[in-house]
Design a protein around this ligand. Structure first.
Ligand code: E4P
Length: 215
């Protein structure tokens, strides 16, 4: 399974890249706005740190606007991926970009039908939102499982990015459900390697070691 970082924060990325855990990065307008920095500059910085795909989202809602933004963003870095919303315009733009060989990440996927439409239109990645489905009482991980089944059944190459990940259990269950990728908030990823018994274990080993050296 691949791990993407879901963040616009360059420091978070730099910290976790050092551990060899970052296969790519996803951003969205909310994450970029949180940084209060220039969009292009942030994406170019991230794309310089991470060699894998870096998703940058368009904000236009019409096809021509999306394509205009996409063509500009695609020049920012060789590893940039155009993120588009799952709307009729988003699907048309995805299809046209796929024909040009430009990689896309279709976002805000909340049903199997939507995911299938995006894959059929030629999306490189689709982003089903696990946490936001859970928020409305729908099992988000079931969507991941079913999407993987459908993509495999028809040998479609689109990769599933489990998005809107809220905790360790989401990551573990998304891996079991067959997500190709999980995009994880930069603040959450460091909790994945932590366990209280690891800390207690280290403490106990060191205390025993000290006792031995004093004996
Ligand atoms: C996905 O690419 C989105 O950026 C993200 O996962 C949304 O997560 P949220 O529901 O926590 O905002």
């Amino acid at each position: 399974m691949k791990f993407f970082l879901d963040t616009g924060n360059v420091d978070e990325i730099k910290r976790i890249v050092k551990l060899g855990l970052v296969d790519g990065v996803t951003t969205n307008p909310s994450l970029i706005a949180k940084e209060g920095r220039d969009f292009k500059q942030v994406i170019q910085e991230i794309a310089g740190i991470v060699s894998g795909p870096v998703s940058a989202e368009v904000i236009s809602l019409d096809v021509e606007g999306m394509l205009k933004e996409a063509h500009d963003i695609a020049t920012w870095a060789p590893n940039v991926v155009i993120k588009l919303p799952l709307t009729e315009a988003g699907l048309e733009a995805t299809h046209r970009l796929a024909q040009e060989g430009i990689k896309t990440n279709v976002t805000l996927v909340f049903s199997v039908a939507q995911g299938l439409m995006a894959a059929k239109a030629g999306a490189t990645f689709i982003s089903p939102f696990v946490g936001r489905l859970d928020d409305i009482g729908v099992e988000g991980l079931k969507l991941i499982r079913e999407l993987r089944q459908v993509l495999d059944l028809y040998a479609m190459k689109t990769e599933i990015i489990a998005a809107s990940i809220r905790g360790i259990a989401h990551v573990e269950q998304a891996a079991l459900a067959g997500a190709h990728i999980a995009t994880i908030p930069g603040s959450l990823l460091p909790t994945l390697w932590k366990h209280p018994l690891t800390d207690i274990g280290i403490d106990r080993f060191l205390k025993d070691w000290e006792k031995m050296s004093k004996a």
